[in-house]
Design a protein around this ligand. Sequence first.
Ligand SMILES: *Cc1c(COP(=O)(O)O)cnc(C)c1O
Length: 379
Amino acid sequence: MFHSRLQKIKQKGAFRELPIIEHQGKYIIRDGKTMLNVSSNDYLGLAGSDSLREEFKEYVHPEKETFSASSARLLTGNYSIYNELEAYLAGFYEREEALLFNSGYHANVGILPALTSPSSLILADKLVHASIIDGISLSRAKTIRYRHNDCEQLERLLRENASKHDLVFVVTESIFSMDGDVCDLQQLVSMKKKFPNVVLYVDEAHAVGVRGNAGRGVCEEQQVLREIDILVGTFGKALASVGAFAVTSRELKEMMINSVRSFIFTTALPPVNVCWSKFIMEKIPFMTEKRRQLRLLQQYVSEQLPGKKIHSHIFPFLIGDSEKSIVISEQLKKMGYYALPVRPPTVPEGTARIRISLTAGLTREEIKPFLEALQTVEN
Ligand SMILES: *Cc1c(COP(=O)(O)O)cnc(C)c1O
């Protein structure tokens, strides 16, 4: 019944299959071959840490922090660990409130439809994550996607449209997931201050734990923490856990609890996982050495690839054609590197790429030959 549609996906070089892989620290084993994982989101290298796991055994109370919440939080599923983590996050970010979500996807797909009305306007960066795009399509607000990181266009759109709407949501990522470039949040904040009805919504999925002195993200680094109305962070990447949070005002948290459907109509995360998130989150301010290692590795890559502008620990190796990106990824695998292609529709048509992400667990000695391998496939 779906044969021809699947055929079309295959013809475009966009067919996807679940890989059968095993993990061994920073290596991936596939078809008997061991490869260095250079596509991991475990940016601080915490996911495989035996010592953290051991320490967690002392921290967790399995009789209290169970393996299922068995209910949504508004019903019988509100375990105290959620409130404790939210209080910790609000304090850490020096903001009024934080609210947990089951994932970054749940947060982004639910927040915009809940907080906007048909008279609102959403202005979203052209390259925001699929979860935000899905949130936009569930909302009834008018939406304009502005050119990637183009603050001038954004300001013009605000000047022309802001007064015609009750609320204007400006939505961006801080570090963009597929390009690794960084948003100038200071500029967005100064723009926001010129309009009374702007709500600034920043997704820090790739920056939490990694950027800022205390690991709070790019908002901390650019000193705008207090100016962000909704800051979304996720636990699934650098924090080696699962779930997400929004740091926000009391009023917005109350609105979210009362209207975000992906918060209301879902079983809360297992308390044991939330306990692990809290355990990791409490250590994040002290992981400055890991952040420094990651920054130094990024600097090293920058020096080794002088032609490329590298803005963060994520950088794309642009290829263009989808089929070709698969071929190049396969070549890299043969050379011992698990570097995955990212193709449309995840990225715009004609911009298939290998997405490379550095982690604090990788060394220069490991990355140097990888960069050389990249240059050989490039030619
Ligand atoms: C990964 C990601 C998400 C989704 O977070 P999950 O917790 O994995 O659902 C949201 N936004 C961005 C920018 C992401 O990269």
